[in-house]
Write a protein that binds this ligand. Sequence first.
Ligand code: HEC
Ligand code: HEC
Ligand code: HEC
Ligand code: HEC
Ligand code: HEC
Ligand code: HEC
Ligand code: HEC
Ligand code: HEC
Ligand code: HEC
Length: 422
Amino acid sequence: MRFGFKGAPLLGLSLILVWSQTAVAQSEQDSCSTCHRVLPDERLSAPAEQFSDDIHATKGFICIACHGGDATIVGPAAMDPAKGYIGAPQRQQVPALCGRCHSNAQFMRRFNPALRVDQVVEFETSVHGQRLLSDGDPNVATCTDCHTAHSIKPVSDPRSSVHPLRVPATCGGCHADAERMARYDIPTDQLDLYQTSIHWETISEGGDLSAPTCNDCHGNHGAAPPGLSWVGNVCAQCHSMMAELFSESRHSRVFALLGNPGCATCHRNHDIHPASDEMLGLGEGAVCANCHSADDQGGQTAGALRMAIDSLRTTTEEAHSILLRAENSGMEVSQALFALNGAQDALVKARATIHSFDVEQVNAEVGAGLEIVTEVRSRGEQALSDLRLRRVWLAVSVVIIVALIVGLVMKIREMEHGGGRI
Ligand code: HEC
Ligand code: HEC
Ligand code: HEC
Ligand code: HEC
Ligand code: HEC
Ligand code: HEC
Ligand code: HEC
Ligand code: HEC
Ligand code: HEC
């Protein structure tokens, strides 16, 4: 008997029941793994060795959960097609095989109610799924390419092939393989580019798993060619303030008409680097200069925005160095230094607000920051002028003290001389 992969949900369910019962009785009799472990052919023994650490083994399943057969028979007859043995499934058959359990909410709930059960449905809508299942293209990813067949781990396990630290290499295994991808009209540079990005740096060096890796932008199972609204949506999940401002801007509508890919027009998609003020304006490295010049409205706005940001940045830096000078001279300016954080915050907000591409909105943030800077700066200058005053007083008092000492010494000498005479 072969598996009816397309239909027979009842058969599937009863098989699952048999499986789960066998699972309980597993360790009592497992001829499959006992024999396979000692087979000389690596292709046949490796699955048995790897499987001992697989999540499915941990949950009590044995080989027959996927391959069928009868694990109580010692000898090759264990692999009897009449007992449901299917051999090694074809790539096209794998989604339905995994889906037997993973698409069955009732069954999965007994193990982990929080686990999603839509992987197969999502996979079927992806480019991978469509090419594999409709076009029969064996080059695209099936479940086991991303998860392995015999060392499947929970996603949270750092050894899992789909753990955030390992996803890029898993996807890149195919997408960076020029030979494999030669037949398709898509680039093979995503992995290389992504590994230069701030997102990968945040994950790999900062250990902050909240930054996106391949599947966060492309979907775990719905890896689809991203449409335009989709691109905006995916960045918006995490950068909501920029996304909101951008969606209300003139660019949002014009870019959609022109076919420009939203955020990625200015930031790129895989090699996203830290943003800087140089990106703004019409100078070298300014993204605005790609489309605007000094004689159009956009170019003029770009210049004005850059000036506004620069003015807040440079005045904040100046105020900061004044406070540092005062502090190094022993003046108490910790409160003013703390207040200057408000200007830093305003600068961060102003940089985000440039996504409105509206001078007034940016100036509102910059203005709030400049107010703080002016106030803090005057406190710093006050501290420095207090310092000067103190120094003058110090100098004056030193002069007075020295004069007193000199006077005293002279007086003593005078008295000594006078005493000699007596
Ligand atoms: C007595 C040893 C023995 C037992 C028991 C055994 N196998 Fe095998 N198995 C082999 C050998 C030898 C081969 C390679 C020859 C072949 O394909 O028949 C093999 C092949 C396989 C293959 C690969 C088939 C392919 O198409 O490449 C799978 C999958 C497999 N076995 C699963 C199982 C399962 C599941 C069980 C338990 C129900 C099991 N085996 C029990 C010896 C065994
Ligand atoms: C979770 C499902 C699952 C379980 C459980 C499982 N396998 Fe497999 N196995 C597969 C799939 C799927 C393939 C097809 C190859 C692939 O997609 O990588 C496969 C392939 C194989 C092959 C052929 C390998 C090759 O390279 O041709 C052997 C042999 C095998 N399995 C043996 C076993 C043995 C022995 C066990 C138990 C120790 C086991 N499998 C448990 C899913 C499973
Ligand atoms: C293109 C690669 C890829 C393919 C193909 C793929 N997966 Fe996944 N899968 C992932 C990634 C990446 C995650 C991790 C998601 C996360 O970080 O939360 C995942 C997570 C899972 C999980 C954990 C629960 C969840 O949904 O987050 C299950 C179960 C799962 N996949 C099953 C499957 C099955 C069944 C198939 C085949 C129908 C499949 N996967 C195909 C990449 C893939
Ligand atoms: C016999 C039923 C069954 C089959 C067939 C099956 N699984 Fe599972 N799978 C489970 C169960 C049960 C769990 C454990 C869920 C839990 O307790 O968290 C699991 C866990 C997983 C996990 C880890 C989810 C997590 O916690 O992050 C992944 C990934 C996964 N399976 C992928 C696959 C893939 C890929 C296939 C096909 C090659 C497959 N499974 C076939 C029942 C099955
Ligand atoms: C087993 C190899 C393999 C693996 C692993 C794989 N892919 Fe793919 N993927 C392909 C192939 C081949 C295509 C080309 C399909 C086509 O264009 O017809 C493709 C297509 C795509 C597309 C659509 C591209 C387009 O514009 O048409 C995206 C997006 C994608 N993959 C993302 C991913 C992500 C993300 C991962 C990892 C989570 C991944 N892939 C893992 C082989 C793979
Ligand atoms: C920050 C989000 C993000 C991350 C992370 C990401 N991508 Fe993409 N990817 C995109 C966007 C957006 C596009 C569409 C570009 C466009 O429309 O111009 C894209 C396009 C693609 C394409 C289609 C071909 C192409 O290059 O345009 C493939 C394949 C792909 N990505 C694979 C990957 C792989 C593999 C990884 C991980 C190494 C990855 N992506 C990481 C957002 C991302
Ligand atoms: C027209 C070009 C353009 C588009 C489109 C664009 N940005 Fe920006 N973005 C910039 C510039 C320029 C800066 C640098 C501002 C600065 O540092 O002065 C920036 C800065 C950023 C920053 C860093 C802000 C900080 O705190 O320093 C993030 C995050 C960001 N953009 C995300 C996005 C997202 C998400 C989208 C889409 C919703 C988007 N951007 C669309 C030009 C653009
Ligand atoms: C899953 C969440 C997530 C998604 C999706 C995401 N990012 Fe990020 N992004 C982050 C995190 C986390 C950082 C690093 C910390 C930070 O600087 O905010 C970051 C950093 C950045 C930076 C650098 C900010 C700086 O301080 O200079 C830019 C620019 C950026 N992302 C743009 C994008 C764009 C464009 C997209 C969509 C193509 C995108 N991001 C998708 C989470 C995300
Ligand atoms: C990919 C090309 C492109 C980039 C990059 C770009 N713009 Fe634009 N921008 C346009 C287009 C197209 C329009 C619509 C012009 C029109 O309506 O005539 C526009 C319109 C504007 C407008 C509205 C002008 C008006 O007439 O109302 C402003 C302001 C603007 N851009 C500022 C900027 C700034 C600032 C940057 C850099 C951060 C930038 N743009 C980057 C293409 C771009």
